[in-house]
Design a protein around this ligand. Structure first.
Ligand SMILES: *[C@@H]1O[C@H](CO)[C@@H](O)[C@H](O)[C@H]1NC(C)=O
Ligand SMILES: *[C@@H]1O[C@H](CO)[C@@H](O)[C@H](O)[C@H]1NC(C)=O
Ligand SMILES: *[C@@H]1O[C@H](CO)[C@@H](O)[C@H](O)[C@H]1NC(C)=O
Ligand SMILES: *[C@@H]1O[C@H](CO)[C@@H](O)[C@H](O)[C@H]1NC(C)=O
Ligand SMILES: *[C@@H]1O[C@H](CO)[C@@H](O)[C@H](O)[C@H]1NC(C)=O
Ligand SMILES: [Zn+2]
Length: 672
């Protein structure tokens, strides 16, 4: 008996270490006491945020202590390290009333075995939330939660920053899911080289400063677009699916602790002008992350309401809507769609003085003096390849933004939307009476790089990447024409990557000629057999400047491209001429969460390639890679080197002069 006790104790220790990997009790919570924002959080001086405290009492499972009642008399204190105020309770520090106690219960699975067995571990919670507080002195802070005789601490840093505005405008491009590998592949098919030297450059290639950014989440190493949008817009890393909040354990998806975003800061401090442009539905994470505060990115109707009213039902910060909102996602706007409280959001925007535009032709007529809403398709917008090469794919989609089931055949591209947004922002901000309000922040997202990478439709992803590059080029020219180029910081980055690369070329003719499934693989040419890009016809070489897109999307020698992890699929390596690829389907005889290669994909001539992803993943997934950061204009030097994605927020906030300490009033040398 005595001999056995040691191995048993060792097993018990092992079990408690198993937690917090596939599933987590609460990822940001180091033990049974939780402080949000968590340990290591960085803040801009004056940035508004909420604090959530939780004390967990596990009822059962490996962490159960035998006491299922959380300590309701927990104490919370704050201290600025080296400061004069000493250690004060949260309510004294922030000069607010003590928040009321909240209680709830939640369940979580400790691992896949517990999930399969349907055995959640149950946790009782006691909690308090301090709302809309801020820290206004740079330095290090110690936040302490005392409960049940135990202590949880969090070290917070308020970054020291000059309170001087150094740029009038920021143009922030996000290539969703875009990696250096994708840029390299897009350059290969869109630009011609002679003996190993390109004869033209991409617009991104001409940026003077290049850095790269780590995209990890607060609690996992792979991120999603909501989580990373929060990092880029607020300087706070959060959890997958969360927009502008940290994630607490309560059932309400709207009560999680919020953090103020760059456009909310810019509007609150300067009444700055804001533009939001995306080729996705505007309720999608990357555009919505600028104004939405919810831990659930799929609250699309709420996300659209937040553009107009700021964070719904919550006194957060003043906000009166962007000057420009362009993209897809009409189903969250038209009456009878999936709208917030079943209201007609075209009407809601019109009531607030927005002109409403539903096609490219009418968008061009929008007066630059008025706020504009442009929504061009029911869901995400069509891809560059379908808008420009296989235009017949725009038909029979039933995606007209009016919701009338017609086709959205007159959609603008990212370039048209971005240039119009710049015109409107420029005109409206110049007309502003207050000098400090002159200036704008525009986020422009090439969303379908990511969406098409998920579908393993590399041609469409690269087409949209080249469209982003064309948009960057045209925007720089437009800013030059407006005399604003030297007043504008331009940043181009991505929120995360996919494990994409090109390993050679495929002779599609040889592949088709092989009858043996296995021998079809010999159509792939690697190293010296990879050859040169055939995506530009020989006669089409005369340019060195101008738009750069392939002129031949159906070359005999196609890219041998793939991602590091994939679903099952059929590959023939050819462009999908009849619309975006659908790599997997539920096939008869398989479970509904077992996705197998779509038999209609990769026909004719394709081969089945079995994947490595979990069977319930119908699409490709995001990957670990750092992403590139290109910068040009005022403060460009801040963006070089290896950085964290939150640094992009702090550097943009620094350049716009958004830091506000107790002593500094902030200077605004920009008005002229
Ligand atoms: C914990 O309790 C819940 C509710 O009684 C039960 O469903 C679950 O299986 C238990 N979990 C474990 C790990 O025992
Ligand atoms: C806001 O409050 C209204 C009225 O109480 C409620 O119907 C709605 O669901 C709330 N919305 C959110 C996002 O919490
Ligand atoms: C574009 O929108 C305008 C204004 O709503 C409308 O009059 C026009 O018919 C539309 N054009 C197309 C091609 O749908
Ligand atoms: C949008 O309209 C403008 C003005 O008519 C035109 O120059 C541009 O080519 C159009 N864009 C698309 C994508 O149709
Ligand atoms: C792929 O998986 C299917 C079913 O799981 C199997 O029948 C088939 O043999 C596999 N194909 C290859 C090429 O490994
Ligand atoms: Zn994605």
């Amino acid at each position: 008996m005595v001999v056995l006790s040691k191995p048993i104790a060792a097993v018990a220790v092992f079990i408690s270490l198993v937690s917090a990997q596939s599933f987590q009790r609460l990822g940001t919570c180091p033990d049974l006491g939780c402080i949000l924002p968590p340990d290591q959080a960085d803040f801009l001086a004056g940035q508004r945020f909420d604090i959530r405290l939780e004390v967990h009492a596990p009822v059962n499972g490996s962490e159960a202590t035998g006491n299922p009642n959380p300590d309701e008399n927990f104490e919370f204190t704050i201290e600025r390290v080296g400061g004069h105020r000493g250690i004060l309770s949260g309510s004294k520090w922030f000069k607010v009333a003590e928040p009321k106690l909240e209680k709830w219960t939640f369940g979580w699975f400790e691992d896949y075995f517990a999930r399969d067995a349907g055995k959640p571990s149950i946790v009782n919670v006691a909690s308090k939330a301090y709302r809309k507080v801020y820290l206004d002195e740079a330095g290090e802070y110690k936040a302490t939660l005392k409960y049940d005789g135990k202590t949880t601490t969090a070290t917070w840093t308020v970054r020291k920053m000059e309170e001087v505005r150094k740029t009038r405008n920021i143009l922030f491009f996000i290539g969703d899911g875009m990696t250096t590998n994708m840029i390299t592949a897009a350059r290969l098919i869109g630009h011609k080289s002679k003996n190993g030297k390109y004869q033209s450059k991409m617009a991104m290639d001409k940026f003077p400063v290049l850095g790269h950014a780590m995209t990890h989440s607060v609690d996992t190493f792979i991120t999603d677009s909501a989580n990373s949008a929060t990092a880029l817009y607020t300087g706070h890393k959060t959890t997958v699916d969360a927009l502008g909040t940290y994630v607490d354990s309560s059932p309400d998806v709207f009560d999680d602790p919020k953090v103020e975003s760059i456009v909310e800061l810019f509007y609150r401090i300067y009444r700055g002008h804001v533009g939001i442009v995306s080729t996705a539905a505007v309720a999608d994470a990357t555009p919505a992350g600028l104004t939405a505060h919810t831990r659930s990115r799929s609250q699309y109707p709420y996300c659209v309401d937040s553009f107009l009213h700021g964070t719904t039902n919550y006194s957060w910060v003043d906000w009166h809507g962007p000057d420009v909102l362009f993209g897809g996602g009409a189903e969250q706007f038209y009456a009878g769609g999936k709208t917030y409280q079943n209201k007609d959001y075209y009407k809601e925007f019109a009531k607030e003085g927005y002109g409403v535009y539903l096609n490219n032709t009418s968008l061009q007529t929008a007066p630059n003096t008025e706020r504009a809403l442009g929504i061009f398709s029911v869901s995400h917008m069509s891809k560059w390849l379908d808008r420009n090469v296989w235009k017949e794919n725009l038909e029979n989609q039933g995606n007209h933004p009016s919701g009338n089931k017609g086709d959205a055949t007159d959609q603008p591209g990212l370039k048209e939307m971005t240039l119009k947004a710049i015109d409107i922002l420029h005109t409206r901000s110049k007309a502003d009476k207050r000098h400090s309000s002159q200036g704008w922040f525009l986020m422009s997202e090439a969303a379908s790089i990511d969406k098409m990478m998920h579908l393993l439709d590399y041609d469409r992803a690269l087409g949209d990447l080249l469209e982003l590059d064309d948009t960057i080029k045209a925007s720089i020219e437009k800013l030059k024409d407006l005399g604003e180029l030297s007043n504008t910081l331009i940043v181009v980055t991505a929120d995360h990557g996919h494990g994409f690369d090109v390993m050679g070329s495929v002779d599609t003719k040889y592949m088709a000629a092989q009858t043996d499934q296995r021998k079809k693989r010999n159509a792939v040419g690697v190293y010296e057999q990879s050859g040169l890009s055939e995506y530009i016809n020989t006669g089409d070489l005369t340019y060195s400047e101008g738009s750069h897109f392939p002129t031949n999307w159906t070359p005999r020698y196609a890219l041998f491209a793939g991602t590091a992890a994939s679903t099952d699929r059929r590959e023939n390596y050819r462009v999908h001429q009849d619309g975006p690829r659908l790599p997997t389907t539920n096939t008869p005889g398989r479970a509904s969460d077992d996705y197998y290669a779509n038999a209609k994909d990769g026909q004719p001539d394709g081969i089945v390639v079995n994947g490595t992803l979990p069977l319930d993943q119908p699409q490709g997934v995001h990957s670990l890679t750092d992403v590139p950061v290109f910068a040009m204009g005022p403060c460009q030097e801040l963006f070089g080197g290896v950085q964290n994605n939150i640094d992009i927020f702090f550097n943009m906030a620094n350049c716009l002069g958004l830091s506000r300490t107790a002593h500094g009033k902030g200077q605004d040398p920009i008005g002229n």
